[in-house]
Design a binder for this molecule. Structure first.
Ligand SMILES: [Zn+2]
Length: 86
């Protein structure tokens, strides 16, 4: 398995890369803050994952490095998961 890109710019957020069927995928989580808990009573605790988005990429958007193993042809797409509702 190829080493996935480790980006210094991503270390403070809940973000990671994965490699799936020739595509490099950037995953980002949005986690609940105290304000989110006040506005949405379905949420239970600070730090709970509210949303996850997975985006196919060829280059890291935070440092510009081309990610190893990324497909040369890539159609833009993303997957969005919303965990803020029942
Ligand atoms: Zn990077």
């Amino acid at each position: 398995m190829k080493d996935l890109h480790y980006c210094e710019n991503m270390k403070l957020v809940d973000a990671w890369y994965e490699h799936d069927e020739g595509c490099f995928i950037l995953n980002l989580n949005r986690v609940a803050t105290e304000i989110d808990l006040q506005e949405n009573h379905y949420l239970e605790e600070v730090g709970q994952i509210i949303e996850t988005i997975a985006i196919k990429v060829r280059y890291c958007p935070y440092c510009g490095k081309k990610v190893d193993g990324a497909s040369t042809s890539l159609s833009p797409s993303f997957v969005h998961y919303d965990f803020s509702k029942w």
